[in-house]
Design a binder for this molecule. Sequence first.
Ligand code: GLN
Length: 412
Amino acid sequence: MKDDIVSEYLKEQLEQLKDNSEGAVADYIPELAHADPEPLSVAFCTVDGQVYAQGLREGDVDLEFSIQSMSKPFAYALALEEHTLDHVAQFVGMEPSGEAFNELSLDGETKRPMNPMINAGAITVNQLINGEESSVEDRVEKILSFFSELAGRELHIDQPTCDSELQTSDRNLSLAHMLRSYGMIQDTAHDAVDSYVQQCSIMVTVSDLSKMAATLANGGTHPVTGKRVCSNEVALQVQSVMASAGMYNGAGRWMASVGLPAKSGVSGGIIGTLPGRLGIAAFSPKLNENGNSVRAKKVFQRLNKHMGLHLMATEKRGRVAVRSITTVEDEKADKGITTVIRLQGDIDFNAAEKIWRAIREHEFESNSVILDLDKVDEINSVGGRMIREFRDRMIAAGMDLTVVDSDGVLAQ
Ligand code: GLN
């Protein structure tokens, strides 16, 4: 079978949005004002490295555009990698501001920007990268090479986009002046904005973005190159802040209606992560009044509806973890009887808790027990800890316990 049902499905979703012409391209950055408003594309990257990318028209899928505010979570990840969370938290908070992306939104007491997803927070985060003493050039180089690792290919900065934003950066310059007056940044306002705007002008495709997002969803390991780009803790922190603040003043509505950690950019892209499963990106340049792409948002809403991607959706979990508890005759065993407990599927906290309950409630006919793990697919860390714990307790209680684990799923 050659049919690629995922790509066909994605293409169908884009077709449905073909005639939607709502919104307007961002015009405060001259280079974006000239952008072709028509492209529409979407990409998925699974945590095991499968990438599905589709465009509405020929060429849409390969189009490069500037990353803009979708750079913010990744710059935050780099700052966290270079420093500790405690250090970064002295300069930028993690509370949703509920305000537009270009509001100053500082904490009343500490004067820290509320979070790293708004411009004030992102300018501050940018300044933490490569240390206080860094030149703009070296800092930007660090960011570009980190983003390239996340995309799994060499990225570049689009100079015209960067120059044109710098011409119209009064708002960001004023934020930088304020931040400097509160001691949150050290560079001159001009250098700080220059460095931040270069970060926003890194060029990406939807496939790049889906891989960057999937790296976060995969706990920091790149799903295609296999390289560890950031730590698990950093990936968790970044996605947590994306979930509460990534969509600015629309963050609450986004969480309720789409239900994924996400980040949008004024070039027209939106990225989302489904932790442990997927990185998603959609792109179309026309924006709504909150500065989010109209059609990219609709793509996310459609996928959410059809594919059950909402983080809070309570789906019934797979099969029961205890496949069977039976007894067999065994002349060498205690009282000539052995109880065989067969487990199956994936064992996480909930599964392990159920197994333990089943064992506790079972009336054993003898002291001889076999715990058979041969039908278990995977055991996560808490599942493993719990199974080892009840193995040890059964032995301590005087049971003659044998664990059958031909594939070694139960790490020691
Ligand atoms: N470079 C843009 C700015 O700072 C990014 C804003 C965005 O994408 N929301 O204004």
